[in-house]
Design a binder for this molecule. Sequence first.
Ligand code: SF4
Ligand code: SF4
Length: 60
Amino acid sequence: MVKIIVDNEKCTGCGSCVETCPVEVFEIKDEKSVPVKVEECLVCRACEAQCPESAIQVIE
Ligand code: SF4
Ligand code: SF4
């Protein structure tokens, strides 16, 4: 199963990953991105590519 890791040290809570993900995997909680629906992930890696802080890792 795919794992999604968000580095809370790097994440600024900008919300860009929430907008980018086609299947709404992410939510912002306490100004950090949290992958709440990992089971929906399509492994398109758009979130990884677009995060301005390189805070997201998608691991297969
Ligand atoms: S795009 Fe990156 S910095 Fe912005 S909320 Fe998502 S993980 Fe955090
Ligand atoms: S890899 Fe694609 S589907 Fe999976 S969380 Fe990132 S943007 Fe969403």
